[in-house]
Design a protein around this ligand. Structure first.
Ligand code: ZN
Length: 381
């Protein structure tokens, strides 16, 4: 399933080192994988590895502000160990079909652990702050973090102004020139009520946290989205294509988080038809039971406005790679790209829908030309 190009039956993928060098429709091969589908490694475009220490996702609560407060309590509790959460999150994702990640880094820098993992990634350092002091401290943290970016050979460093209700607008402005940027936006109605009218549960939460002056936060989601033609917009549940004028940035939908909060069906087709590149993510274990993107795809193929399986596969691979700016190396099986492949047993069903369902439990994963060693994956002989 090369994604770029039609599926090939009985095909041979040629490899040299960590790259694909050829794709043949038939012929002899040095390894016969049997009755399987070979799919590009999935791209989990949005996660928070440093929140991987939840056995179960946090209950949605009465309001989204309740859930945010629970995340803050978790992060500040004694014994909280975000660095260990990063390692656990990486280990979990290494047992899935994903080979490329977009990770939001806040409480722990995930770059060092990712560097020794069998995953490629763009790590977006979060900047956040309702007050001037907090926003400035966050910016200083970003500046010293970015200085260490060169330490990483494979891992790309980016920035993530958290969200319009938590982050002063000047921090968004600072992020404008960064080519790797992710923003949480319009996730809930509460967020819109707060940004536009300074009311509702988010206003109450900020009051309770002692943030009485919110005048340096944005007053409309448009003010943010129209500044960032190249950033990745995450969630966009309460925006429509019109909000973006002629811009068509990549957007990320996180199906498991969406279901966890019991939200209305995400209009994936509407965004795709309007020309947006839709990528997919797992979000964190604070709102998703696991970090297995392959397990979150099935729901997109059923119900009203469902996507056809080929589109779902494209969203989970090539669109994600494009969103992260790494499509020259990732997202499809093509000569010149990295040999990042997921192998899915197809059994008696050979349709693409069955292959996508099978991505929840790949038999094996090839990462940069080598079989990935992980519990739950079996390397071919
Ligand atoms: Zn997120």
């Amino acid at each position: 399933m090369p994604v770029e190009g039609v599926p090939l039956s009985g095909a041979v993928v040629e490899l040299e080192g960590e790259r694909v060098t050829g794709l043949r429709s038939s012929g002899p091969a040095s390894v016969d994988l049997g009755d399987v589908a070979v799919v590009p490694g999935l791209v989990n475009a949005h996660t928070h590895l440093d929140l991987s220490d939840f056995a179960l996702p946090l209950a949605p609560g009465k309001s989204f502000a309740d859930w945010i407060a629970a995340v803050i309590r978790h992060r500040t509790q004694a014994g909280s160990n975000p660095a260990r959460a990063v390692v656990d999150g990486i280990k979990e994702i290494e047992s899935t079909a994903a080979t490329l990640l977009g990770d939001i880094s806040s409480a722990a820098d995930s770059r060092t652990a990712l560097e020794t993992s069998s995953l490629d990634a763009v790590v977006y350092r979060e900047v956040i702050g309702v007050t001037k002091e907090r926003a400035e401290a966050s910016w200083r943290g970003f500046e010293s973090w970015v200085k260490n970016a060169a330490l990483s050979r494979r891992i790309v460093s980016g920035i993530s102004p958290h969200a319009p209700y938590s982050t002063q607008t000047w921090l968004f402005e600072k992020a404008e020139s960064n080519p790797a940027c992710q923003i949480h936006i319009a996730e809930t109605r509460e967020e819109i009520d707060f940004i536009e009218k300074r009311e509702g549960p988010i206003a109450d939460l900020l009051q309770k946290l002692g943030f009485t002056d919110t005048s340096s936060l944005a007053n409309s989601p448009n003010a943010i989205v129209q500044r960032f033609p190249n950033a990745i917009m995450v969630h966009v549940n309460h925006l429509v294509p019109l909000h973006f004028n002629s811009y068509r940035p990549a957007i990320v939908h996180c199906p498991a988080t969406h279901a966890h909060f019991g939200r209305n069906r995400f209009p994936a087709k509407q965004w795709l038809d309007a020309g947006f590149r839709l990528a997919l993510g797992t979000d964190s274990r604070a709102s998703s039971a696991n970090l297995n993107l392959g397990e979150h795809l099935e729901n997109l193929m059923c119900g009203p406005d469902s996507l056809d399986p080929a589109t779902v596969l494209r969203c989970a691979t090539l669109n994600g790679a494009r969103a992260l700016g790494l499509h020259a190396d990732h997202g499809s099986i093509r000569p010149g790209k990295l040999a990042n492949l997921a192998v899915v047993p197809i059994g008696t069903r050979e349709d693409l829908e069955a292959v996508i369902s099978g991505l929840a439990h790949p038999a094996s994963v090839l990462w940069r030309g080598k079989w990935r060693k992980s519990e739950g994956l079996a390397n071919p002989a």
